[in-house]
Design a protein. Structure first.
Length: 586
């Protein structure tokens, strides 16, 4: 724990797994170079360049918007685009967690609505983002403009649509200071922290006054201690602990227990509801989809100027009841991490630091890649140091010793020590020392988040290009996540095997097909000589994978596989298709 971190903070709020996931998110998901380059383009007035740097694909043109919706709407849209901070959006977007650090899948985030250009309701069309449908797929975002399906009434969105219209501080450079008020700072300090980001000691917390920060601290600590009813009372919210009639079969679960393990920021609820009411004209909202999605917290303001009331309801909701966006009611993940000492304030996004801790001096931002360091390995009764250098894992053994160990392995003999570690690094099997696991994780985490410059920097520092992760995937398998134009030539020049198989027996080409690899990447792998007569561990051919993952953009490859290798692949899958088990033909 970092000196000054609150003892026990987050024990009820964040599991160790979620702390690990959030820490990785903050370290890898928005690299420092992306923040700097995107800001450079944005400040120069190049909003398209800023979005491209942050890996956001744009599906519209302002000129077409003007033709369809009028010049007033197009002008307001362009103004928003010029102030859109795409790297800040990435920073705040919901994450999967539970051991992962990738973006929540199939999420739509509404940034702004334009109506008829006069600012009146209903606010449509919308500027909105969409995340990837795959947990571990490419982390690119898509920015679109237009109407949204599943809008039962104006301004009320279907499930999995986050409405950020009233939380512009999460994406609009003109409003980023609003994050401070959202965190409970108001005109004073942030709850639990001094102005420079130093956590309050337990003694200082006990002596907190009755200002906004002090009240927020008391409510949060009551919640953390499991005293939910007292926490709501301290926040001035009427809390009804009664469970719905249908909850009798929920095996002893009660509303208090549900709220103890939910990351709701009770002190923010009233402000969030009243702000949403002002924007939509509604007084009732839902938040916190928990326990497998069967129930939600219903927060409503039943009369103008009245007290807020909270209660547990079933997950099924009236079509006209909107949900508050998670960003409006959830405790800020950054403050949770700071409280448990899992991150330093200076490692936050620069705009986040400036909003939360204006007295803190820079530089700010996530750290760059950690360069390879020597790791000690027990070998033949001694401790040896191994280190990535010049593209290989180096150890204090001669080439003759290495050849002898290779021959022993070829004849089925057991190897240990440095040679076993070398084999594990390049095969993805066996165990690695903790230090090498961390270095391998750094490489593949940066690959997972599309950090091509970070991956190249690690390779330049000496990381073995042949390294494989726990799924036996190498860098060729990771190309759907990265800029293959920069990386593929280097990997081919190093002699990496285009037919290398991962734990699902999929080649890099098969992974590109099944995990949203781009058409240019697929074409580049084919041009490099990748075989198309391959099947994976489920006996699916490339043609079947293309159909299974609905890759209409790869129809040319499907036709080629069928023509050149008729009958290849799984018979059971073909029978399954014949019986109409898939939703649609390709």
């Amino acid at each position: 724990m970092r000196p000054g971190a609150t003892p026990g903070a987050g024990e009820r709020f964040l599991s160790a797994e979620d702390v690990s996931s959030l820490r990785r998110t903050r370290r890898y998901a928005v690299p420092h170079w992306m923040i700097e380059r995107s800001a450079e383009r944005r400040l120069a007035g190049d909003w398209r360049g800023a979005l491209a740097v942050a890996k956001v694909d744009v599906t519209f043109d302002p000129a077409e918007v003007a033709a369809s919706y009028g010049t007033a709407v197009a002008s307001a849209l362009v103004s928003d685009l010029r102030h859109l901070v795409p790297d800040l959006v990435r920073w705040h977007l919901p994450r999967v967690l539970g051991g992962r650090s990738t973006l929540g899948t199939d999420r739509v985030v509404v940034l702004a609505g334009y109506g008829d250009g006069t600012g009146g309701l209903p606010l449509a069309p919308y500027l909105h983002l969409r995340t990837s449908p795959l947990f571990d797929g490419p982390q690119r975002l898509t920015l679109s403009f237009g109407g949204l399906s599943g809008e039962p009434s104006p301004g009320v969105f279907a499930a999995r649509i986050e409405d950020w219209r009233v939380v512009r501080y999460l994406w609009d450079a003109r409003h980023t200071d609003g994050l401070r008020a959202a965190a409970g700072g108001g005109g004073g300090r942030i709850p639990f922290f001094h102005e420079d980001g130093t956590p309050l000691t337990p003694q200082e917390l006990a002596a907190s006054g009755d200002d906004a920060a002090g009240r927020a601290e008391r409510v949060t600590l009551l919640h953390q201690e499991g005293r939910v009813s007292e926490a709501f009372a301290a926040a001035g919210i009427d809390w009804d602990p009664a469970m719905p009639e249908s909850a009798r079969s929920w095996r002893g679960m009660d509303s208090e227990e549900i709220l103890r393990s939910t990351a709701v920021d009770i002190t923010r609820l009233e402000t969030a509801v009243r702000r949403a009411t002002a924007a939509t004209g509604r007084e009732r909202f839902l938040i916190a989809n928990f326990w497998r999605g069967h129930i939600r917290l219903d927060v409503t303001d039943h009369s103008t100027g009245g007290r807020l009331r909270a209660r547990v309801v079933e997950s099924s909701r009236p079509a006209t009841t909107p949900s508050l966006p998670e960003a409006a009611w959830r405790r800020l993940p950054d403050l949770d991490l700071l409280r448990v000492g899992a991150i330093q304030p200076r490692r936050l996004h620069p705009l986040v630091v400036r909003a939360l801790f204006p007295a803190l001096e820079g530089p700010f931002g996530p750290p760059g890649p950690s360069l390879p360091r020597p790791v000690r390995v027990r070998c033949r009764g001694e401790w040896h140091e191994v280190v990535f250098r010049d593209g290989a894992l180096r150890s204090p053994h001669t080439e003759e010793e290495r050849q002898r160990e290779s021959a022993m392995r070829a004849f089925g003999g057991a190897v240990a020590g440095c040679f076993a570690v070398e084999h594990s690094v390049t095969s993805g099997t066996g165990r690695l020392p903790k230090g090498l696991r961390a270095q391998r994780r750094e490489l593949f985490m940066r690959a997972q988040h599309g950090d091509t410059p970070g991956v190249l920097e690690l390779l330049d520092a000496g990381i073995d290009l042949r390294v494989r992760d726990g799924r036996r995937r190498g860098l060729l398998h990771a190309l759907p996540l990265l800029d293959h134009g920069e990386l593929l030539p280097r990997l081919l020049e190093a002699g990496l095997d285009l037919e290398a198989r991962d734990s699902l027996e999929r080649t890099p080409l098969a992974v590109a097909v099944s995990e949203l690899g781009s058409v240019p990447l697929v074409e580049a792998l084919l041009d490099a000589g990748s075989r198309i007569d391959v099947i994976d561990s489920t006996e699916l051919s490339l043609a079947q994978l293309i159909r299974r993952y609905r890759r209409k953009d790869l129809g040319f490859l499907r036709e080629r596989v069928i023509a050149e290798h008729p009958g290849i692949g799984s018979a059971w899958y073909e029978k399954w298709i014949e019986h109409g088990e898939e939703d649609e033909e390709q």
